[in-house]
Design a protein around this ligand. Structure first.
Ligand code: FAD
Length: 325
């Protein structure tokens, strides 16, 4: 049977948003493959999390209890996932292209000797195979890939599909198992929350980013105000980060984070290829730049040729008015 298993990430007793996206997509492709959507949660036995996943189409949830894996550990995750896969034999395994998915799925694919397509932005089913679309050459081209081996393994770029609406009253069978992480060579002793309590850039639906033209870290406050008004996360170009205006965890691009929001607003960012590599799949791109020839305008859906220091406060005011209406 063509079951689709998702690795559902959770934190602080809550299922992460990326897992709901995976659940909806898994449910859709499982019905084309003649199977059902299932999920695995590692390091918890909380059945409430199963209910949350059921609302997005998951029919069965494996809760793998394992004290050693209450905090993420790549080796341990790989071991317990390999054990579960040997038992339940899913046709397809999906994980999010987050730090967790990016670190454990390649290990797992090596261990299982199966193919993995990473950072998938679209997928469809052809017979018993999933055809996954993912960017190559820093996002300049998209390629369709079919996986040989079993299970077919994919990591999905967050915000590629959307989760859809939860179904009230849906239920999933919960199966509690005690998992053995084996002899771990490393252990996560602490997980430290970043300075910002905003949604991480890689999962954000709205992003406002500043470039070298911001001129100082103090000036980033105008982007903070704009972001706070619309519930966005603030990003930065590498030039802004290298100049010390923003920390590295805000960098978008080839050597920063790959983002995929519904709206990406670029202020004083020229649009270098390495920056585009991190944000070109954004659904709507707005660019504000003084230079009408700036390359970012070739990618932007909406462009404003103007000084960002005039435009940003105006946008913040207009958004505030609109939000209050
Ligand atoms: C191996 C490698 C990896 C890299 N990785 C990354 C990466 O991950 N992310 C990344 O961003 N870059 C990366 N870069 C750097 C990249 O090539 C660019 O240098 C960088 O993106 C430029 O940042 P910027 O657009 O902020 O600055 P600039 O290119 O200097 O552009 C500033 C822009 O602001 C405009 N401007 C100036 N004043 C104003 C104003 N008042 N109002 C409006 N507009 C104004 C200018 O017209 C200009 O277009 C990488 C480079 C290399 C070689």
């Amino acid at each position: 049977m063509g079951n689709v298993l998702i690795l559902a990430e959770h934190q602080n007793g809550k299922v992460k948003k990326t897992a709901f996206e995976l659940a909806s997509k898994a449910s859709e492709i499982a019905s084309s493959l003649g199977g059902q959507a299932e999920a695995v949660l590692i390091g918890t036995n909380d059945e409430n999390l199963s209910k949350e996943l059921a609302a997005y189409g998951i029919k069965k949830v494996y809760l793998l209890e394992c004290p050693a894996l209450e905090k993420y550990n790549a080796e341990g995750y790989t071991k317990v996932l390999a054990d579960l896969i040997a038992e339940v034999k899913p046709e397809v395994l999906l994980a999010a292209a987050t730090p967790v998915g990016k670190s454990c799925m390649p290990r797992l694919s090596g261990k299982l000797n199966s193919g993995l397509v990473s950072d998938v932005v679209d997928l469809k089913v052809d017979g018993s195979k999933v055809i996954a679309t993912h960017p190559i050459y820093s996002g300049k081209a998209l390629v369709d890939v079919k996986v040989n081996g079993s299970p077919q393994m994919l990591t999905i770029r967050p915000n590629s599909f959307g989760a859809g609406s939860p179904q009230d009253g849906a239920t999933a069978e919960s199966i509690k198992k005690t998992a053995d992480a084996g002899e771990l060579k490393s252990k996560m002793v602490d997980l430290v929350q970043g300075a910002s309590d905003k949604v991480d850039l890689t999962e954000a639906e709205l992003i406002v980013s500043g470039g070298r033209a911001m001129k100082s870290s103090d000036n980033f406050k105008i982007l903070d105000d704009l972001a706070a008004t619309i519930g966005a996360t603030v990003g930065a170009s590498r030039a802004a980060v290298d100049s010390g205006y923003a920390p590295h965890d805000m960098q978008v691009g080839q050597t920063g984070k790959v983002v995929n929001p519904k709206l990406y607003m670029a202020f004083g960012i020229s649009g270098a290829i390495q920056h585009l590599a991190g944000m070109r799949t954004s659904k709507v791109i707005v660019a504000v730049n003084k230079d009408p020839e700036a390359p970012i305008f070739q990618k932007a859906d909406y462009g404003i040729v103007a000084d960002l220091f005039e435009v940003v406060p105006m946008l913040t005011e207009e958004f505030k008015k609109a939000m209050n209406e």
